[in-house]
Design a protein around this ligand. Structure first.
Ligand code: ATP
Length: 350
């Protein structure tokens, strides 16, 4: 278990800037998701940490040891880093046993105890040891790849979109299993993903990247509920954007006087709320004493686990709101509702 620090990393490929000065800390034993749109530099950062790529500038340290820096280069095979690629990259001509044993010392191979431990860790049956990669499901292949990556008890595991090729059902099950295995091994982990839900549910820290830079770092709750700017707000999920005027620790906007998630100088700003922060009641059903904010339903879309209701505010018909409600809420177009806000609004721009 080691802390990893990447500082000031810059990398260009010809005229393309992949990283433009990136600082990332991975606390020992933490699971960090590196989240960003395609082409923002996630894989480049991962490959530099792994030692597959050299940066133009910057350093990488594991614990107190610098492994990449001016005049310093520790080759990938000596970095004690486990790596799981998108498609697992198992050796197709080796069965499960030999794929995992490839990473073990001769002594460990002979004793068989680490192999048994690893199988148990990733929930594979010993009856599957003789199977070849093409005889396994995608999820099983990724579990074998993880067992192989953990075999030498690395200080750091890098996961490069390891669930991307799996279909939705297999994906969440495999993800839970991998998260549990990593927690047992207490290994520092960096997961690259462009899937917001995956980043928020898998990791205990999220680093949001855009155009070769880090936009925001925080816990999943922090980055989702307090996005650093409008782009980050929209990238991390559905956002309701409102203009308003800050006075002290509150903002006056079309949905009333709302608390702010962080202090901000007085004046005109843009804030965001998440659709699940908006609560609606049919007109007349609300027990609130305050002057109600009235809106009209434009449409209700059903998603199985919830419904999303589109609203038009009575006082400002140009302003459209999106509200996430319980699945059984089925309000037809034109229904009049009152809107309340739960929690704080976050300032995302002027
Ligand atoms: P994705 O999610 O699509 O994998 P990413 O966030 O991992 O994207 P990178 O693969 O790190 O992004 O690429 C960052 C930028 O650097 C992109 O513009 C990419 O085209 C460019 N790039 C990456 N590797 C190379 C290379 N070997 N040669 C030239 N350009 C490269």
């Amino acid at each position: 278990m080691n802390a990893v620090t990447a500082a000031g990393l810059a990398k260009k490929f010809g005229g393309v800037t992949a990283l433009a000065g990136v600082d990332v800390d991975l606390p020992a034993g933490s699971t960090t998701a590196l989240l960003g749109p395609s082409g923002c530099g996630k894989t480049t950062l991962l490959r530099i940490i792994a030692g597959f790529e050299k940066p133009d500038l910057g350093t990488v340290s594991v614990g107190s040891e610098m492994i990449t820096g001016p005049g310093i280069w520790k080759p990938a095979e000596r970095r004690s880093i486990g790596y799981v690629a998108q498609e697992g990259a198992l050796f197709p001509h080796l069965d499960v046993r030999r794929n995992i044993e490839f990473a073990l010392s001769r002594q460990e191979r002979r004793s068989g105890s680490r192999l048994a431990e690893l199988l148990d860790l990733v929930s594979l049956e010993s009856s599957q040891l003789q199977r070849f990669p093409h005889e396994l499901s995608g999820g099983q292949q990724q579990r074998v790849a993880l067992a192989r990556a953990l075999a030498r008890r690395p200080g750091l595991v890098l996961l490069d979109e390891p669930f991307a090729a799996l279909d939705a059902g297999l994906r969440s099950g495999t993800r839970d299993l991998v998260a549990a295995a990593l927690a047992v091994e207490k290994v520092t982990t960096l997961l690259v993903t462009h899937d917001q839900q995956e980043a928020l549910s898998f990791a205990d820290r999220v680093v949001v990247m855009r155009d070769g830079r880090v936009v925001q770092t925080g816990t999943p709750r922090e980055v989702y509920s307090q996005p650093a700017n409008r782009w980050s707000a929209a990238f991390l999920g559905d956002a309701v954007e409102l203009r308003g005027t800050v006075r002290g620790d509150r903002i006056s906007c079309a949905l009333g006087l709302l608390p702010l998630s962080a202090t901000c100088p007085d004046g005109e700003v843009t804030v965001v709320l998440r659709p699940e922060q908006l609560l609606i009641d049919r007109m007349g059903d609300s027990s609130s004493d305050e002057a109600p904010v009235i809106a009209q339903v434009v449409e209700t879309r059903y998603f199985g686990h919830d419904s999303v209701v589109g609203l038009r505010l009575a006082a400002d018909p140009e302003l459209r709101l999106t509200v996430r409600t319980a699945a059984d809420v089925n309000l037809g177009p034109g229904t009049r509702v009152t809107v309340r806000v739960r929690g704080a609004a976050t300032v995302v721009g002027p």
